[in-house]
Design a protein around this ligand. Structure first.
Ligand SMILES: CC(C)(COP(=O)(O)OP(=O)(O)OC[C@H]1O[C@@H](n2cnc3c(N)ncnc32)[C@H](O)[C@@H]1OP(=O)(O)O)[C@@H](O)C(=O)NCCC(=O)NCCS
Length: 164
């Protein structure tokens, strides 16, 4: 990719990922495992980040996830992943997960998550992420809050490194 494209400021479109909960995703009472949701969240984040950067990406961290309501066998899960903010080589992806019981015509918000992805070159070295356009009040709020979350996660990283 040319340097011009690499640094072009763009408005990335959110990634929408849809899955159906199958028997292999659930525990014996037919509720999805949290780890399956985390895997889908990670994949949606990697798609959002990779599509924006047009490089390899790696997951640096996933903030604490609260599973708000159970999701059952046969339900449809939709994950919306958007880039909230980019720094130098890292970016925060905000994810909203909803679950739909199409038989009962019922849909609810099941989880939210924030994932930090890092853009990498072919040698696995962190590289610059193209900037994004921040325009609306909602985008500005997400941008500001992403900065607050980054401070917390970099503190948590230092603590983890000390304990390692
Ligand atoms: C994430 C990783 C690529 C960072 O590489 P690094 O050589 O440590 O590079 P740096 O310390 O310069 O960090 C690169 C960027 O990531 C950010 N970062 C690193 N660790 C982070 C963390 N735990 N949470 C949030 N951001 C983090 C840094 O702040 C920096 O951001 P910036 O360039 O936008 O300012 C590296 O630690 C790694 O490969 N980790 C394992 C990733 C992986 O395998 N994930 C899959 C699950 S194990």
């Amino acid at each position: 990719m040319s340097e011009k494209n690499q640094y072009k400021v763009t408005t990335p479109q959110p990634v929408l990922m849809t899955e159906i909960v199958m028997p292999q995703h659930t525990n014996p009472i037919g509720v999805i495992f949290g780890g399956v949701i985390m895997s889908w969240i990670d994949i949606a984040s990697a798609i959002a980040a990779g599509r924006h950067c047009k490089t390899h990406v790696a997951t640096a961290s996933i903030d604490a996830i609260q599973f708000i309501k159970p999701i059952h066998l046969g339900w449809i899960v939709t994950i919306r992943a958007s880039i909230n903010r980019v720094w130098h080589s890292s970016m925060e992806i905000g994810l909203h997960l909803s679950a739909e019981n199409s038989l009962a015509d019922e849909e609810h918000h099941s989880a939210s998550a924030y994932v930090t992805m890092v853009a990498l070159n072919n040698d696995g070295k962190a590289v610059k992420v193209p900037d994004i356009v921040i325009e609306t009040d909602e985008e500005k709020r997400r941008y500001r809050q992403a900065g607050e979350r980054r401070e917390q996660r970099l503190k948590a990283k230092k603590t983890a490194e000390k304990q390692a």
